[in-house]
Design a protein around this ligand. Structure first.
Ligand SMILES: Nc1nc2c(c(=O)[nH]1)N[C@H]1C(S)=C(S)[C@@H](COP(=O)(O)O)O[C@H]1N2
Ligand SMILES: [Mo]
Length: 225
């Protein structure tokens, strides 16, 4: 097994506008955060979008190189957690070893939409997803992911705000036309920055951070403040 710690993941320093939360709670937008989901569904991810052959991937992920990674997690509403111990496979390996040869995405299919069983979805740029610290994770703290944190499989994108790390993955679409993707209703697309890099404080589109920070802070649950 490969112990991996991404550069800049460690430390007590927090990115701009973040504070350290007391614990790692289940979190999400109102419409999704308390959806009841079956806890023990088998892993199944449908790869679709602008590709030649739709494929379904289940336990074949276990054929890829397993990674253990300790990384920090930053929610856009301003809470952070240091040093979560994830385990899973790199998105880049999933893409290069399974998606490219089998699904054969169109050239230019560079927007990747992740869908969760709870109906949530969020997109990232393929270019960002190929970074070493982006995982499809099935374990946290040495145990299989529980239903709070995204069982059976979630994305972990530590350098991007938490809303990009889609839980309960059931489908991944590769798109050439960005207009075919929309952040889930009723939430405005403004809330979804295309890159959402924490270090650059890309919390949302167009809106200035002096406005967003205090507004988002209202949504931080009392128990973690
Ligand atoms: N499927 C799904 N994924 C999701 C969410 C959600 O509500 N549903 N919330 C996002 C948000 S805003 C954050 S901060 C993280 C929270 O992860 P956690 O619930 O494991 O703390 O999950 C992200 N991924
Ligand atoms: Mo979040």
């Amino acid at each position: 097994m490969n112990k991996h710690r991404p550069a800049g993941a460690k430390g007590c320093e927090l990115p701009p506008g973040q504070f350290e939360a007391r614990e790692f709670i289940r979190f999400g937008l109102g419409r999704f955060r308390n959806k009841r989901l079956a806890p023990d569904v088998p892993l199944s991810i449908v790869v679709g979008g602008d590709i030649r052959t739709p494929i379904e991937i289940g336990n074949r992920l276990s054929g890829l190189n397993r990674i253990e990674q300790v990384s920090d997690f930053h929610c856009v509403t301003s809470w952070s957690i240091h040093e979560l111990a994830w385990s899973g496979v790199r998105f880049a390996d999933f893409y290069r070893c399974l998606v490219v040869p089998e699904a054969q995405p169109d050239t230019g299919a560079e927007l990747v939409v992740f869908r969760g069983r709870d109906g949530y979805r969020c997109a990232m740029l393929l270019e960002d997803l190929l970074a070493d610290d982006i995982l499809l994770a099935d374990r946290l703290d040495g145990k299989p992911l529980d239903i709070a944190h995204g069982a059976p499989l979630r994305l972990v994108a530590p350098a991007h705000y938490g809303y990009k790390s889609v839980k309960y993955l059931c489908a991944i679409d590769f798109l050439t036309d960005r207009r075919k993707y929309r952040f889930p209703l009723p939430y405005p697309g403004l809330m979804d920055h295309p890159r959402a890099r924490v270090a650059k404080e890309e919390r949302a589109r167009f809106l200035p951070n002096w406005l967003i920070r205090p507004f988002y802070r209202l949504f931080v649950p009392k128990e973690i403040r």
